[in-house]
Design a protein around this ligand. Sequence first.
Ligand SMILES: [Zn+2]
Length: 646
Amino acid sequence: MVHCSAVRKLLVLVALIGCTKVETPPPARPSILLVTLDTTRADVVRPEVAPNFNALAARGLRFNRAYTPVPQTLSAHCSIMTGLYPAGHGVHENGRYLSDRVPLLAEQLKAAGYRTAAFVSAFALARRFGLGRGFDVYDDQMPEPQEERTAKETTDRVLAYLAKPSPQTSFIWVHYYDPHFPYAPPPPFRGYEGEVAFMDQQLGRLLSAFHGAVIIVGDHGEGLGEHGEAQHGNLLYQATMHVPLLVAGPGVTPGVNDTPVSTRRIFHTIRDWAGLDASHSLRRNEKEVVVGEAMKPFLDYGWQPQVMALENRLKTISAGKIEVYDVIADPAEVHDLAATADISRDVRAALRDYPIPSQDVPAPAATTDEERRKLASLGYVSATTKPVVRSDAPRPADMARLFPLLDEAAQLFVAQRYRDAIPILQRILKDDPNNLDAALRLATSYSSLGRDREALAAFERAQAIDPNSEDVRTYLALHLARGKDWQKAIPLLERVVAENPDRLPAVEALALVRERQGLFEDAIRLRQQIYRQRTPTSAELVQLGRLAMDVGQTAVAIDAFEKARNDHDLELGVLYLSAGRLTEARDALDRVAASDPGYPMALFKRAQVSVLLHEPDAPARIAAARANATPLTRELIARERLFGGV
Ligand SMILES: [Zn+2]
């Protein structure tokens, strides 16, 4: 510090002396590379598994006690990109959306003159979930039909990007996904460690192509069976919370740091390098009470909410009861010291003050079937249910026997294998009778199989678990809307959509019901609302276009057919003509192929356009329309007054 300020004083002095040659030196802002390693435990990056990580660690600062704020991919990355715990940014589990009101690191760096690029390797981090803001490039293209890509595929794309020279300093985020379950690395690598080793090999390629400051971090670890957890997301123990972290670059003294830190401070560290603000930067050895949460079991199953606070060597977990572990002496966390440990005031305050997600304002969920299917294929199935706080809620750590069943049932459900899901859901409910998520999935499974009586009984059970649940209302309404009693669904759907216009399945069901009721304007408005939230398919756009055409909403119909593109030139030509957009009508009708069943109609309409445009070949076009006429167009041609004077 003394040294730095002395240099600064000297520079000011030189400038004051009036030597005109001296200019203010450009701020030493490095290009910055952030690499996030999915599902990478702190204890797996040993030199023989991850030589490239260790080579850089030898030149940088390695944090031996870094913790993720939350053991879920999207939530953990939201913390890195916002500097906030999940209670701050609102994303407690995968499949939720980050609010666009939360400022992001990339936005700040872009505003500060950085070029920004992100390369992610799994659908869980797709742009739609909210992390794309501020990135010039956000590469989330997965090789179809997969929902993830390998570290090699991602690295190839980053290297192609880096090969293009740019005068700007860069902020580049690269996310590798390989160690995530299932463990299937390319040969000769094998198993979970093999995935990490393969990823490290690609990390080596990436690091040799980049020059600047580097941060490498695990987003969370992996249970590998510890405390009954195979993967991650349900518990707060070291296996999933303790992650590798290294920082290398300007102003970083190489070495090893044993102070507990939260990976959310990566946000502050990168701001520090970019010259924005140095507070909470990992370049400063700042002591903090490190906090973490795992709310997925609370939000999805109604179990106890879980919060941890870590200070020095003691980790305190609050989840129905207090557990305390000395994670240095007992990293496996088998000796609970709660009876004797002296919990500090700061730790008590951190646990007491950490906000439990509210029942009333859940983050919006990924609610389209497509999104759920994609997340499920990555081993993530997040329920869309709101939390139910029960006084007798079990502790997640006591429910580990249900983790495999819950995972299996959820995977089968999202894969629409309802027949297989039902017996597993019944087993879960036998063990955990108040599991709203299982009750709802069971009801919906019966409903999808057309087993109406059993579906209604299961919905009643779900309603008994939580009489105020919007989810129960929604799924019951969807069930009714599918059957012959569809009119009973109307008041339920109206209420859900009024209370929560983001609830896409309910909005979609209501749109269909409105069509059946003959309320087409309403159906169109609802469809427009849906397509603002998700991208419509071409077929859906055509359907919207036809609906709008039927009720004379020409502008809406044109917009829909223009977006649908392929092969709707006849509809577009007709609509442009009725909107008086003659040259556009001409061009659209000219694109209708002679093989199209609508070709005779296109010739008739084209002849009308030709007359209105005063084209010299109008008579020839009328003749062509007559020569190719169908009974319908022959009558239209005969009655067309425009053709009388030609
Ligand atoms: Zn992850």
